[in-house]
Write a protein that binds this ligand. Structure first.
Ligand code: SF4
Length: 373
């Protein structure tokens, strides 16, 4: 096995020739437009490449083809185009950053990682990725894929979630970035982590261009690297969710402007798991007359630091003309104007099925405990 420094310095040459042959064709690799690279990088922080490629990236770029379009869009429209990706604060930050790029830089993204990192929602990794891929600046872009590859390559057994370790690896990468192919080099490391040195189990070492210099493979410990400390326990919350509907409309409320899913629309809900009688009382307190109650199969939604266990009720209601508790939206409003977080997508699906005359045998609601009132 070559010496440590020797192994590091051989990475670019081995990896770049592999990348030239094996890089996946992805829409954000078609040119070096920093706007397109930025959009892809933010989306890929939370969603698989295939889903981003097939659905979200194209939809977003069609709606906002450049930084001016994004800067000038209504926030609701931006959130609508982000629907399904979660982490809506990222979409809001993107729009803030787009507005700054337009107002402060005349619509041209700054070229250095240092300047890019001053924009909302752009951290060190994203700044390095944009600067290197769009402008070929010799800046590292160290994400989870890169940390995994390096930890295995160097048989590095310290916790890669520590900032000190990330900093150390970032500086090691900085020393070997080739001047003329910085963007390709960063992408080749990420690509190797995504398709060969894969997470969660055995890496595909027989396909790896770095196998001759990989100490993790040499020592037979690659599959248990990288070392990561257990994440903090999630906070678990239980909620009762109400799908309150008439033939044409359903009730929604807006979440607070700060915090989780800030400013988004949701089905009315209350903390805790209500009994049937409590469900009825709650609906009457909202000034509505329930026609029937059908429990909905419980739904679990996991956020980064929080878990929601949602116990829903489908409730056709009769409402007075004015009901000030909620916004009453029809199908068209839902499609055109409102962004419903994916935590509620099971409830949204049931609502649409009800409106569109669903199959009575559908098991999403439990008809055995159906209560006609
Ligand atoms: Fe990862 Fe295996 Fe390649 Fe080492 S040889 S970098 S463990 S895929």
């Amino acid at each position: 096995m070559p010496e440590f420094q020797n192994r590091l310095t051989r990475i670019p040459e081995l990896l770049l020739s592999w990348y030239d042959q094996n890089a996946r064709k992805l829409p954000w690799r078609e040119n070096h437009d920093p706007y397109r690279i930025w959009v892809s990088e933010i989306m890929l922080q939370q969603t698989r490449v295939e889903a981003v490629k097939k659905i979200y990236y194209r939809r977003f770029l069609e709606a906002f083809p450049d930084v001016f379009a994004l800067a000038n869009a209504a926030e609701d429209q931006v959130l609508k185009m982000w629907e399904g990706l979660g982490y809506y604060s990222r979409a809001r930050n993107m729009q803030k950053a787009a507005r700054l790029v337009v107002s402060e830089y005349g619509g041209e993204f700054p070229h250095t990682a240092k300047e890019l990192a001053k924009l909302p929602g752009i951290g060190h990794y994203t700044a390095g990725a944009i600067a290197s891929i769009a402008f070929d600046c010799p800046e590292p872009a160290v994400d989870g894929n890169v940390l995994r590859v390096l930890a295995r390559l160097l048989a590095f057994e310290e916790d890669v979630s520590l900032q000190t370790v990330k900093n150390w690896m970032t500086e090691k990468i900085r020393t070997i970035i080739p001047e003329n192919r910085a963007g390709d080099f960063n992408q080749s490391l990420m690509e190797l982590g995504a398709i060969v040195c894969i997470p969660n189990g055995e890496p595909l070492c027989s396909l790896c261009p770095l196998v001759s210099i990989c100490e993790g493979n040499y020592k037979g410990i690659a599959d248990r690297l990288p070392v990561k400390t257990r994440k903090k326990e999630r906070i678990v919350e239980q909620k009762t969710v109400f799908v309150l509907m008439t033939n044409e409309q359903a009730a929604f409320c807006k979440r607070p402007n700060q915090g989780l899913l800030a400013g988004m629309w949701e089905f009315p809900n209350v903390p805790g798991v209500l009994e049937e009688q409590e469900v009825l009382e709650q609906i009457k307190n909202w000034g509505l007359t329930p026609v029937r109650l059908s429990p909905i199969a419980p739904v679990k939604h996991i956020f980064t630091h929080r878990e929601w266990n949602l116990f829903g009720w489908l409730v056709p209601v009769i409402k007075a003309e004015e009901n000030e508790h909620f916004l009453w939206a029809n199908q068209n409003d839902l499609v055109q104007n409102m962004t419903i977080p994916s935590a509620f997508s099971a409830f949204l699906k049931i609502l649409k099925q009800e409106w569109n005359g669903r199959d009575n045998n559908d098991s999403t609601t439990d008809s055995s405990v159906y209560t006609r009132l």
